[in-house]
Design a protein around this ligand. Structure first.
Ligand SMILES: [Zn+2]
Length: 236
């Protein structure tokens, strides 16, 4: 018996003529360009790569099948492609380096604490793939040159660190790492407060419980006076 390999297909696409291949390639190039635009809009940075949208869509389809839903049901037929595009937004942080958010710095000879409180963020728990959402408070003490960054950049840094499957602890440290790399400050303090839907929708079901994580480095850690000042600012 001779076995003929099946024609190679992806994403349920039928074997096609050469013309179709060109059309598909053009579609794909357009999708990649649209995807890059979305990521650039959200992060302010040119992404180094894009996601495999076909694979995401296939995975979502499989997920529907696995729970006994009909993926071709009119209400959800477009969901796989929609989720693929949506991941450009909610996981955009994976496509850029957080420190690049802070690439523009100013020598302001400012040597006092810079703090931004209540930066809202939405992230996705990597253990359960459901959201965790909350606020970050970010503070740094500029270096001897008084190097600072724009306040809007601090908000964007939090956003970029949040937009990926992650853990609150790692996200907190990632914000501090990026600040240290970009600004070489004398001290960094990052406090993150969040609600985790993996604890509210399932598991221990504790609606409203806040998880608080913090990373404290440099003078905020070593100098009690600076630390006390930062804590006071943090509480408002
Ligand atoms: Zn979780």
């Amino acid at each position: 018996m001779s076995v003929h390999p099946l024609p190679h297909t992806t994403n349920g696409v039928e074997p096609h003529l050469d013309d179709d291949v060109e059309v598909l390639a053009a579609d794909r190039a357009e999708n990649v360009a649209a995807s890059q635009r979305r990521v650039r809009h959200i992060t302010g940075i040119e992404p180094s790569r894009t996601f495999d949208h076909q694979k995401i869509a296939q995975a979502v389809r499989l997920l529907f099948e696995a729970i006994g839903e009909d993926p071709d049901r009119p209400g959800i037929a477009d969901t796989p492609a929609r989720v693929a595009r949506e991941y450009d937004e909610i996981f955009a942080g994976l496509l850029v380096d957080p420190a690049d958010v802070l690439s523009v710095t100013f020598d302001e000879a400012y040597d006092e604490i810079v703090m931004m409180r209540d930066i809202e963020f939405h992230s996705m728990c990597e253990h359960h793939l459901v959201p965790f959402t909350g606020h970050a408070h970010v503070a740094y003490l500029p270096n001897a040159n008084g190097q600072v960054t724009g306040l809007s950049k601090l908000a964007r840094l939090v956003d970029v660190c949040a937009k990926r499957p992650g853990l609150q602890e790692r996200m907190t440290a990632m914000i501090a790492d990026a600040l240290e790399r970009a600004l070489e400050p004398r001290g960094v303090m990052v406090v993150v407060e969040a609600r985790h839907f993996c604890m509210e929708m399932r598991g221990i079901r504790k609606p409203g419980a806040q998880t608080v994580t913090s990373t404290v480095r440099g003078k905020f850690r070593d100098d009690p006076k600076t630390r006390a000042e930062a804590m006071m600012l943090l509480k408002g």
